[in-house]
Design a binder for this molecule. Structure first.
Ligand SMILES: Cc1ncc(COP(=O)(O)O)c(C=O)c1O
Length: 405
């Protein structure tokens, strides 16, 4: 290597420094905190009453079956495992839509892969489309849409101080959306707020999309953890039935506990079966240039579970246990902290506490309680032994006059 080459700045030197990932920073702080009894409400994975995230029993059994019967590790297709899609579609979309040839689906690496692929498809079909995100939303939504070159706009979704949905404000801002714009919605268990639309509100959203020609992009990452597999999809299906075109991005990370296996699915609803096939061809082509083929393990596990009535029953029972635990922690927290009574009627793994950043920092420094700077907590990080301590530490911060002390 000549010194001449080293005097030039180089390709990577032109890159901007990036802020450290907030979640990783929090995790690092938590791990290096020597205090006993720290409470980790940061990372978004389910934890049981002992604080563990075990492999589900149905998953273990499906893995044992796979180990015994899998005969090759050759590539799967770019669209993934057709049996997985066929087995999952009725659970996510419902039977009638799963049979409707205006819907086409393919396997993706996690819900994230589904959203990223959806963004690419939208950009390919209509680069002028703008994507409307509710505020607040999952932090990755903006980046996933922008990575495909799409413009992102916001509408108000939730008021943290009053813990209420700002539905009227949302609908009036969405009146300014253009035909062809995309409306990103959480089907259930909203991350980070836990807030949900009523059935009537879902109907109104569907009507608005149909009237204005908006394309709903529905992110369903926590199905089964709110009210149950069917109930958590009902609002989404109401919208799907009202519009000619829509996209559904599903994740099996949480409801099958398969986080690291990266398993999800994407469905497109098109106006005709022929257009659905065209969309499918474009999805496959795009997937080929992003990950070529999706990983197989998670898809095989989900397929084996869903193709076996006994394993499906076991999986559903475990999912029911997870949901029951989340809902009982919500009830216990609401009872212990009356100012947080809304938590009991919210759903899923998250709540966005009405705290300012300085209060979040104070809770961390003074009490060893770790949550995102936004005030988002993972409900599943609470257990019967740490909940009373958390409630006692939190209470003064919700009185309205307690900032960093
Ligand atoms: C709202 C939402 N959508 C999608 C995802 C993506 O999940 P994964 O890519 O792990 O399947 C997450 C994960 O945290 C999420 O919270």
């Amino acid at each position: 290597m000549t010194t001449d080459l080293l005097t030039k700045p180089g390709l990577f030197a032109t890159l901007d420094d990036q802020p450290l990932d907030a979640m990783l920073t929090l995790l690092h702080r938590l791990r290096s905190d020597p205090r006993e009894g720290k409470i980790d409400l940061g990372i978004g994975v389910y934890g049981d009453e002992t604080g563990q995230t075990p492999v589900m029993r149905a998953v273990k059994q499906a893995e044992a079956h796979l180990y015994q019967h899998q005969t090759t590790k050759t590539y799967v297709a770019a669209e993934g495992d057709a049996g997985f899609i066929a087995a999952l579609a009725p659970l996510v979309l419902g039977d009638s839509r799963a049979r409707d040839d205006r819907f086409c689906g393919l396997q993706t690496p996690g819900g994230t892969g589904a959203l990223r692929l959806a963004a690419e498809l939208i950009a390919r079909a209509n680069p002028e489309a703008r994507v409307w995100l509710g505020t607040p939303t999952w932090v990755n939504h903006r980046g996933l849409m922008q990575a495909a070159g799409l413009q992102v706009l916001e509408h108000p979704f939730f008021d943290k101080a009053t813990q209420t949905l700002t539905f009227d404000a949302m609908m009036s801002v969405l009146e300014t959306a253009r035909g062809g714009d995309v409306l990103l919605l959480h089907a259930c268990c909203h991350n980070p707020t836990g807030a949900e639309f009523t059935p009537d509100q879902w109907g109104l959203i569907g009507d608005l999309c149909a009237r204005k020609g908006l394309v709903p992009l529905i992110d369903i990452a926590y199905q089964g953890l709110g009210h149950g597999m069917e109930a958590d999809a009902t609002g989404m299906r109401t919208v799907l039935d009202k519009v000619p075109e829509a996209i559904v991005a599903a994740s099996c990370s949480k409801n099958f506990g398969l986080y690291r296996e990266r398993i999800g699915a994407l469905w497109v609803k098109a106006q005709t079966a022929q257009t659905a096939l065209r969309a499918r061809g474009n999805l496959i082509l795009t997937a080929r240039t992003m990950w070529s083929m999706p990983p197989d393990h998670g898809a095989s596990v989900v397929r084996i579970i869903l193709e076996s009535p006994a394993l499906t029953d076991l999986w559903r029972a475990e999912l029911d246990e997870m949901r029951a635990r989340l809902n009982s922690v919500r009830a216990a927290l609401a009872a212990a902290v009356p100012a947080l009574s809304t938590i009991a009627s919210q759903t899923g793994m998250f709540a966005l506490l009405p705290l300012e950043r300085d209060q979040v920092v104070a809770l961390r420094e003074q009490h060893g309680i770790y949550m995102l700077d936004s005030g988002r907590i993972n409900i599943a990080g609470l257990q019967s032994d740490n909940l009373p301590r958390f409630a006692a530490a939190l209470e003064p911060y919700l009185q309205g006059d307690t900032h960093a002390r």
